[in-house]
Design a protein around this ligand. Structure first.
Ligand SMILES: Cc1ncc(COP(=O)(O)O)c(C=O)c1O
Length: 237
């Protein structure tokens, strides 16, 4: 058997549920050899299966899944309606890239979200693959719509691991250390937080100081007509 064939066999086996055995220790060693430390991992056990709010590792140990994919699994593991929707989609087609060939479910979901979003004006929704991508695009939309380039983010907040996500993130360690320089015109203001001893008055003072020392408020609020968006750019949104 050639090397390529043998690694293909190994990979195919890894997709077989029966292969999800062995010790967590063994898989940790393989993980450390095969994947970089930069993708830091919090747990020392490997998931084999999940049901509702519970997970089982490859050694058969059972856990309550408080992590839930960092709070994105509101319906738990393998909710029957989610499974049915995924299976129905897989039976239709895999992927078209919506920008290349659109499909009705994208539009229908956007309509549903538009109806539920607060406000009695007309709304539009776009979907992105990750949170960081959504944040990046929100900044792009805001800059085009307002003609203002400055962005104020809060201390301590996490916004993603892309370069603009890191620029917005108000925590140097562990997210930004060693990765600069970051995109410009991003400023951090203190967030009122009792736990960290920051009052609302101190936070407001921080914003006032920001506009005195770091950024012209005109780059945050619309002031210069030359920077204001044209009808053309507004129509593009
Ligand atoms: C508030 C917030 N913004 C952005 C992100 C980045 O999302 P993603 O990891 O999908 O890029 C996260 C992810 O945890 C988040 O909690």
């Amino acid at each position: 058997m050639t090397q390529a064939t043998s690694s293909q066999t190994e990979y195919n086996q890894s997709l077989d549920p029966a292969y999800l055995t062995g010790s967590n220790e063994k898989w940790l060693q393989r993980k450390d050899a095969a994947t970089p430390r930069g993708v830091s991992v919090l747990s020392d056990f490997f998931a084999a299966r999940g049901e509702n709010a519970e997970l089982w590792d490859i050694q058969g140990r059972r856990y309550i899944d408080f992590g839930s994919g960092i709070a994105v699994l509101n319906t738990g593991h393998r909710h029957p309606r989610v499974l049915a929707a995924v299976r129905a989609q897989l039976d239709q087609f895999m992927h078209t890239a919506y920008q290349v060939v659109p499909y009705p479910s994208y539009v229908a979901l956007a309509e549903k979200i538009n109806r539920r979003a607060p406000g009695d004006w007309s709304k539009k929704t776009a979907f992105f693959s990750t949170g960081a991508e959504a944040v990046e695009n929100a900044i792009k939309v805001a800059r085009v719509a307002t003609g203002r380039s400055g962005v104020v983010a809060f201390d301590g907040a996490f916004h993603g691991r892309t370069y603009f996500g890191m620029a917005l993130t108000g925590k140097v360690s562990p997210y930004k250390a060693g990765f600069g320089p970051f995109p410009g015109d991003v400023f951090h203001a203190p967030f009122p937080n009792q736990l960290h001893g920051v009052t609302v008055d101190q936070a407001l003072d921080g914003v006032r100081r920001l506009f005195k020392a770091d950024i012209d408020p005109g780059r945050i609020r619309e002031r210069d007509p030359l920077l204001a968006p044209t009808d053309h750019t507004r129509q593009r949104l």
